[in-house]
Design a protein around this ligand. Structure first.
Ligand code: DX5
Ligand code: ZN
Length: 245
């Protein structure tokens, strides 16, 4: 399996000192920053948009290589993922992870649009790659993993995702209870794709990491477990150790 990557979710940071919170998390051993973008429409909560991402980017050096330290892993919980790709690229996002459900739910205005980026995850992945970003695809707990096979088996690598995110809570809020019911999706993905970056997000912490790591996840998001800890460095290294073993 690929290297462990620990990606603290800054959703649980103090937004009044977000820049400092980001650089501190990096100093505490984070690999990536997980940046939760919510539009109050795809999910029942609002966070922030590209202008804030551009400001916090100045507090964390941009990675010198793909998947490197300081990667901004933007989790786009938004209804119109195509619309914001360029803005987020300009703001310093490195990995643009959209929701499968949103790639289909944005209604096509004309029959031709049914096959374009607005409604087709493969074309959206190509578009994200064309903008110079890594592309991730996320699925909510109610979405079966089977919808991904066709996308992952695409012979055209421009249209294949660089990462799959399996949500282990219903997206929208930090601090929710981990849903172990989602782990068979991770297992199935890992069985078929030994080298794929598989991210889990929601309810991860020292008490739940072993199950997720065992299932095959290697990119670990943790919000409240890291930002709520007395010693965040210790939590980050425990999460990493569990994936390594
Ligand atoms: C939830 C977000 C998560 C959230 C995780 O919709 O996508 O990234 O910050 O928070 P915890 O780790 O507290 O469950
Ligand atoms: Zn997230």
């Amino acid at each position: 399996a690929p290297n462990p990557i620990i990606a603290p979710s800054i959703l649980s940071a103090d937004f009044a000192e977000l820049g400092r919170a980001c650089s501190r998390t990096m100093e505490q051993g984070a690999d990536w920053l997980h940046v939760d973008i919510m539009d109050g429409h795809f999910v029942p909560n609002i966070t922030f948009g590209a202008p804030v991402v551009a400001k916090i980017r100045k507090h964390v050096d941009q990675p010198t290589q793909s998947y490197g330290r300081g990667t901004f892993d933007c989790h786009m919980m938004i209804a119109e993922p195509k619309k914001w790709v360029k803005e987020f690229k300009a703001a310093g996002c490195d990995l643009y992870c959209f929701h499968y459900e949103a790639a289909f739910s944005s209604a096509a205005e004309s029959p031709e649009q049914k096959t374009d980026e607005k409604t087709n995850p493969k074309a959206l992945i190509r578009y994200i790659h064309d903008q110079g970003l890594l592309a991730g695809i996320a699925i909510k707990p109610d979405t079966p993993v089977d919808v991904l096979w066709e996308i992952l088996e695409n012979p055209d690598e421009k249209e294949r995702p660089d990462m799959v995110l399996v949500m282990t809570v219903h997206p929208g809020f930090g601090g929710q209870k981990f849903m172990a019911s989602e782990l068979p999706k991770v297992q199935e993905l890992r069985k078929r794709y030994p080298e794929l970056n598989i991210e889990v997000d929601g309810g991860l912490g020292v008490g739940t990491i072993d199950q997720a790591a065992e299932a095959g996840a290697n990119v670990i998001v943790a919000g409240s477990a890291v930002f709520g800890a007395k010693d965040p460095s210790e939590v980050i290294s425990l999460l990493r150790k569990s994936v390594e073993d």
